[in-house]
Ligand binder design. Structure first.
Ligand code: FMN
Length: 197
């Protein structure tokens, strides 16, 4: 049997009355059914994430980076993850500040790991948010996965916590297949050779 890889499904929105937790729950369900992952839903609403950062960079500080005590569980989840799905809405043609803050408090936790995206929103379906995230994750030496899911007009195209589009589970499977491939390849590579960041 193929080894399972730890997958963090990150709920990027912390907005009151958010839609994002329903999207993340569906993504986590698809990942469980896929069979290639140990799935961990990482909800940014569970952590106070200050906007003010320490003076030094998390890139160079490593384990000594002075994060708030309440961030330990989030940091542990990101460290443990061998792959990520970032579930993001679109706010003003980008992704939410909660997600940027969570990214910026960490660095090595993303490095040489694969990241896929599931976005949702109004007319744009989160596509602008994902384009911005792809740029940011590249700076952290993450590997962004080509296939993802975007749900425009999510409040009208989801019913009872599921997308109405019958093709959505198939798209999710393709994304998860690619993510599992990268997770296996990059986990093996990290185990044999330190990444030259
Ligand atoms: C501050 C704000 C800005 C938004 N900007 C956009 C946008 O630029 N493009 C878009 O397609 N939808 C936009 N929307 C719609 C959201 O993507 C949609 O309401 C979504 O449900 C928000 O995710 P959440 O409910 O998980 O927080 C915006 C919503 C908010 C609250």
């Amino acid at each position: 049997m193929t080894e399972k890889h730890t997958l963090a499904v990150v709920v990027g929105s912390v907005r009151e009355g958010r839609f994002g937790d329903a999207v993340a729950a569906w993504v986590a369900e698809q990942a469980q059914e896929h069979g290639g992952f140990e799935v961990d839903v990482v909800d940014l609403a569970d952590t106070q994430i200050p906007l003010s950062l320490p003076g030094e960079s998390p890139k160079y500080a490593g384990d000594t980076y002075p994060r708030p005590a309440g961030m330990a569980s989030l940091t542990a989840s990101l460290t443990r993850a061998e792959a990520f799905v970032l579930v993001t809405p679109e706010y003003n043609h980008s992704y939410p500040a909660s997600l940027k803050a969570a990214v910026d408090w960490h660095f090595t936790q993303w490095t040489a790991k694969p990241v896929a995206f599931v976005s949702y929103g109004g007319a744009a379906g989160g596509r602008h948010a994902v384009l911005h995230l792809e740029n940011v994750l590249t700076e952290l030496h993450a590997v962004t996965v080509r296939d993802g899911l975007a749900f425009p007009n999510c409040h009208r195209t989801w019913l009872d916590g599921r997308p109405v589009d019958p093709q959505a589970p198939g798209y999710a499977r393709t994304m998860l297949d690619q993510l599992a491939w990268w997770a296996a390849a990059l986990s093996a590579a990290r185990a044999t050779t330190p990444y030259p960041a």
